[in-house]
Design a protein around this ligand. Structure first.
Ligand SMILES: Nc1ncnc2c1ncn2[C@@H]1O[C@H](COP(=O)(O)OP(=O)(O)OP(=O)(O)O)[C@@H](O)[C@H]1O
Length: 392
């Protein structure tokens, strides 16, 4: 492989470093021109991070046209599609929390000037300055990323040191969806839907590798989003790399190690890890989506939890509700020896994926699940409330 040496680096920092350098250079030029270090915040994703706390809460958003994203949006004649524009928190109407992760909360919001719905992830300011700097540099790349299987990032702003990341709003994530399916509806996700999810996720990961020379590093069901129209999109890759590369993150994520053995056991990691570590995490995620349960036992300490991944045999999908072809695909991803684990090309050629995404089957299944979460009488709450009530 021509690009093997680049991809085998433990972190995929080449394009990121270049973007960070460009951001720093742009910021320095602005500072030199204006004599004001903080002024560069108005360039959106290129702020002077040393003055985060005193930054005005202004950023740049690059949004689709209202008709592309929401039929109910109120068109604004001044708002042309895909044009970058300044925005502040005053332009956002908060419609409530839709999720909570290790690093902050995700809220549903409306961009008032055009009515476009957004998911806004607010990262706590405890993330250190260097991480924020890398995060902004990565975001400037992902805002321009164009893949139908990756949730769009629209831009970001800072408010009192916290970073607000604006993304495409989807209906739910697969961790919530599968909990409702297996623990409330007492059924399973149909195989064509699993195959479609696998196809979309592998295509998204392959796009990251081919176009951005990045790997995701945090593939798991909560980072795969879905909507009623049958779309499946990977999210969180831009900032994921900076935030997850620690055991602490795995612990925060609820003691569920999606990390490949070679990422946990650094002594095995002779040449650094590569995209195949994401493929392991995909295998763990698909196992969970097929069975409704995480493949490893819960141990009392993180050390035991991780040791199990390194020392035990890999999980094997044998669930009779799925075909031998499905078993073969998931178990292929869960090849413990990284050198024998497939890469994206082999996965995309696997017979489990050759029919591509099945939007029809996914749409009717996701719609069925989401509708089942709305109580009779139609009171709000939906999947988020049901999942917290399930306590699983
Ligand atoms: N763009 C989005 N559209 C709809 N829901 C979203 C979106 N982004 C995130 N969510 C919801 O918010 C939840 C929290 O997301 P977040 O990325 O903060 O944490 P996480 O992925 O669950 O966990 P961790 O912090 O360990 O990565 C997700 O599980 C998902 O249900």
């Amino acid at each position: 492989m021509g690009d093997k040496s680049k991809l085998q680096k433990p972190r995929f920092e080449l394009p990121i470093a270049a973007a960070a350098a460009a951001a720093a250079a742009a910021a320095a030029a602005t500072a030199a021109a204006t004599g004001n270090d903080c002024r560069s915040v108005t360039t959106g994703l290129q702020p002077q991070l040393s003055c985060l706390s005193s930054m005005p809460a202004v950023g740049k958003l690059k949004l689709p046209s209202p008709s592309d994203s929401d039929a109910s949006a109120t068109a604004d004649s001044a708002a042309s599609p895909n044009v970058e524009r300044d925005f502040s928190v005053d332009d956002l109407e908060d419609l409530g929390e839709i999720g909570r992760g290790a690093f902050g909360t995700v809220n549903s919001m409306r961009y008032i000037p055009t009515g476009i719905p957004l998911a806004v992830k607010r990262i706590r300011s405890t993330v250190d300055e260097r991480t924020q700097k890398n995060m902004l540099a990565e975001l400037s790349i992902v805002v321009n990323c164009d893949c139908e299987f990756i949730a769009k990032s629209y831009g970001a702003l800072f408010k009192e040191g916290d970073c607000w990341i604006c993304m495409e709003l989807m209906d739910t994530s697969l961790d919530k969806l599968y909990r409702v399916v297996y623990h409330h509806l007492m059924t399973h996700i149909p195989e064509p839907v699993i195959a479609s999810i696998a196809y979309c996720t592998v295509s998204a990961l392959n796009y990251l590798k081919e176009h951005l020379k990045m790997m995701h590093r945090d593939v798991k069901p909560s980072n795969i989003l879905a909507d009623r129209s049958g779309q499946v999109k990977l999210c969180d890759f831009g900032i994921a790399g900076n935030l997850v590369d620690s055991i602490a993150k795995t612990r925060d994520a609820g003691c569920r190690p999606y990390m490949a053995p070679e990422r946990i056991d650094h002594q095995r990691m002779q040449d650094g890890y590569d995209v195949r570590s994401d493929i392991w995490s995909l295998g763990i995620s698909l196992y969970e989506l097929c069975t409704g349960r995480f493949p490893y036992k819960q141990w009392s300490t993180m050390f035991e939890q991780l040791e199990q991944v390194v020392k035990s045999d890999p999980p094997r999908l044998t669930d009779e509700r799925f075909s031998a072809n499905a078993h073969n695909f998931v178990n292929f991803c869960l090849t413990k020896d990284v050198q024998r684990r497939p890469k994206y090309r082999a996965l995309l050629q696997h017979s489990f994926l050759t029919s591509g995404p099945d939007r029809g089957a996914s749409a009717s299944f996701f719609d069925f699940v989401l509708t089942s979460c709305v109580p009779e009488g139609g009171a709000a709450g939906g999947i988020n409330e049901l999942v917290s009530a399930l306590r699983i």
